[in-house]
Write a protein that binds this ligand. Structure first.
Ligand code: DQA
Length: 140
């Protein structure tokens, strides 16, 4: 495995200005360069994408399945209710790591459920942008 797709769901493009007390001050561009840089240290080609659109996210997961590419996924709010994203994750053909910047278990009740976790190889939450670094390391 040398290629990884790092996929991000809704509102994560707003990192830096979105609820900085929860998600920090780093921007989505910072996240992208952190992932690409970490990947190059680990010998991985990393591509980082973000969408607010459930259908687009599902199409990217289909693409990952067809190409046999590993995925690091922050499904954002889709985590908690999207059976369609879960079904697309279940059909992946290479490992999936679920990541979260915050720790959803320590937040509102509706965030305590992840419909994705059961189809992920593992889940990393609560370490800020480092959650992504840990996920890339876990894949290797
Ligand atoms: C999040 C946690 C989700 O509950 C939330 O809807 C997000 C971000 C995180 O990275 O901490 O958008 O996935």
């Amino acid at each position: 495995m040398s290629e990884v797709l790092v996929l991000n769901g809704p509102n994560l493009g707003r990192l830096g200005t979105r609820e900085p007390e929860i998600y920090g001050h780093a921007t989505f561009a910072d996240l992208e360069s952190l992932c690409v840089h970490t990947g190059s240290e680990l010998g991985l080609t990393v591509e980082v994408r973000q969408t607010d659109d459930e259908a687009e996210l599902i199409h990217w997961l289909h693409e990952a399945a067809d190409r046999g590419v590993a995925v690091v996924l922050n499904p954002a709010a889709f985590t908690h209710y999207s059976y369609a994203v879960r079904d697309a994750c279940a059909a992946l053909t290479a490992p999936l790591i679920e990541v979260h910047i915050s720790n959803p278990a320590a937040r509102e009740e509706f965030r305590h459920t992840s419909v994705i976790s059961a189809v992920a190889r593992g889940t990393i939450t609560g370490f800020g942008l480092q959650s992504y670094v840990l996920a890339l390391r876990a894949l290797v």
